[in-house]
Design a protein around this ligand. Structure first.
Ligand SMILES: Cc1cc2nc3c(=O)[nH]c(=O)nc-3n(C[C@H](O)[C@H](O)[C@H](O)COP(=O)(O)OP(=O)(O)OC[C@H]3O[C@@H](n4cnc5c(N)ncnc54)[C@H](O)[C@@H]3O)c2cc1C
Length: 326
């Protein structure tokens, strides 16, 4: 096993996701700390420009271009990654705690008998080796984990865990012709993009999230307007999704997405643990709820005990004024 650090890059619209640039930035720091090389894997179809961008962060960018990798599939993308990891044998593999990452990395870890830490939010490189920060029980406990020195580790991080550093000198791009199983167990026959144009929920710096107390689907228009003014995104609790007021893509929580924005505003949601598990690492949490005993206030940095239908129009007007002035 080498001491190299390898970042598995995820792309969206043929560009590296911001979350992957964050990993490349921390990966570069780790590789320099371990006196090793930062490797990156860009695999898919038509991702040459993405590989060029990534090469400005990584010492070596391993680039696999194959039309069979255009859509994610465990037995296609997964086996390509497994082969690359066997060949380059890095000590640490960094990936994103995304929908794809949650499917892919535990399988790879099992295949390679590697240590696996998922959903981490930070890393400490100051002592010997590395310590990985992972919240448990909806953020009530913070655990620090250290992989054994002689064990390969695969770690997935929530988006917004690190800042994106400036691009550097262009590293080497290695084109790998890895065989892709042409007869996967499952084929995607068609897919439909539903959130085109919206900021990605997991990568948003600002999220305003509505709960059951928003009362109806049409009341989310107010949240969308505030999200647009802030260049962010609207999220929702599961109750809202179950009521069909919003699409599942907006759901935050244990059975939805995990988010870590700079600012999260929870509106008329109670703060049930299943919801908290998806947003507790937000940098600043603001809660608006008319019940002063709502659990969300235990997690909030700022709380407003009031009716959302009084607070939100005032907030929207203030934001509009500020935007007009600037
Ligand atoms: C296995 C499992 C997985 C789950 N996964 C998730 C998940 O991923 N995400 C998730 O969110 N939930 C999840 N849940 C559900 C979760 O446990 C809660 O039931 C849910 O989060 C509650 O949603 P809520 O806060 O919108 O509604 P409620 O708990 O009903 O809270 C509504 C809040 O709105 C306030 N309110 C009402 N009107 C107003 C008003 N006008 N102004 C201000 N405040 C007002 C009320 O005081 C109340 O606190 C899961 C549950 C299970 C069992």
């Amino acid at each position: 096993m080498t001491r190299d650090v390898l970042v598995v890059v995820e792309c969206k619209d043929a560009k590296p996701r911001k979350a992957s640039l964050e990993l490349l930035s921390i990966g570069r720091e780790m590789a320099s700390r371990f006196s090793s090389t930062l490797l990156a894997v860009v695999s898919g179809s038509g991702l040459k420009d993405a590989a060029d961008t990534v090469a400005h962060y990584a010492g070596k960018t391993i680039f696999v271009d194959n039309p069979s990798l255009a859509e994610y599939g465990w037995d296609t993308c997964g086996s390509v990654l497994e082969n690359i990891l066997r060949k380059y044998d890095p000590m640490v593999v960094l990936g994103t705690s995304s929908v794809t990452g949650k499917d892919l990395f535990p399988r790879i870890a099992a295949r390679l008998s590697a240590a696996m830490v998922s959903d981490a939010v930070g890393i400490d490189l100051t002592g010997e080796g590395m310590k990985i920060k992972k919240p448990l029980y909806g953020g009530k406990v913070i655990s620090w984990l250290a992989p054994k020195a002689d064990s390969k580790a695969i770690v997935t991080f929530r988006p917004n865990s690190f800042t994106v550093a400036d691009a550097g000198e262009k590293g080497e791009i290695i084109e790998e012709a890895v065989a892709v199983d042409g007869n996967p167990a499952m084929r995607i026959l068609s897919s439909e993009k539903k959130t085109s144009g919206k900021v990605d929920l997991q990568e948003a710096d600002f999220i305003i999230c509505g709960g059951r107390g928003m009362k109806a689907a049409e009341n989310f228009a107010m949240l969308d307007e505030i999200a647009d003014l802030m260049g962010g995104r609207t999220g929702a609790s599961r109750t809202v999704i179950d009521s069909k007021w919003r699409e599942y893509d907006d759901q935050i929580g244990k059975s939805g997405k995990t988010v870590s924005p700079k600012l999260y505003i929870g509106c008329a949601l109670s703060g049930a643990l299943h919801h908290i598990m998806g947003m507790d690492t937000s940098r600043v949490i603001v809660a608006i709820n008319k019940d002063p005993n709502a659990p969300i206030f235990q997690y909030a940095d700022y709380g407003i005990v009031d009716d959302v239908f009084a607070v939100l129009p005032a907030l929207k007007d203030e934001l509009k004024k500020t935007r007009e002035e600037t």
